[in-house]
Design a protein. Sequence first.
Length: 261
Amino acid sequence: MVEHKQRMRFISLQSGSSGNCLFVEFGRTRLLFDAGLTGVQTEERLAVHHIGIDTIEAVILSHSHSDHTKGAGVLLRKFGLPLWMTAGTYHHILAMKKVGQIGTPNFFRPGATLQFNTLTIETIPTKHDAPEGVCFVADNGQKRLGIMTDLGCRFRRLEAAVATLDGILIESDYDPEMLANGPYDEDLQNRIRGDKGHLSNDECAELLRDEGGKLCWACLGHLSGNNNTPELALKTHRRILGRELPLYVASRSDVSPILEL
């Protein structure tokens, strides 16, 4: 089977504030997006689907927050996986001093397009409160997959990208009522619900309703452990979207099944 007839495969190794790492494969190209797990966790969860960590071509970081970057140094030093990130992400990681030595990574500008064999990765600047943070679209020439967490808020370029997608992993971070009545102080609540924070269940569902007409499936990710539940996220999306679009929820602590396009 020639590469252009193969399917693009997606796996969430984990998604949430305790750690994020996502896998995308097309043909001979295998990429990780974010490095928020330990090296052992990353290796073991790839192995669930019979994927060797030594077959990963690159690790691409969305932004500098530790739940997306804390394993980056280990993936580089122990497994030799090349790191890709913006300069803003790199300098913020160094300032936080939590990932150890990462040398000089491969840099890209927010908004740049990256090429890995026949898989194109588009980077889209986000509104989240991290320097030069981005989300991604993986394009194999036939199908387009969005990897979109830590967005901040809904914005025009995000809407335009979602309208082109066949599949998406997107943050559905919090339920507004749970956030308002939960353990977080007012400042943290305001950060989460503000324009540089996260999308709520309702905001995510409304974005998919308005712009996701081409989607074959959506996977809800980055659910808060304190301010959301998988059941509530799904209930909200079904209320707003109806039942036609296949929906999945990425676990905060485990590997997902393989989703294909």
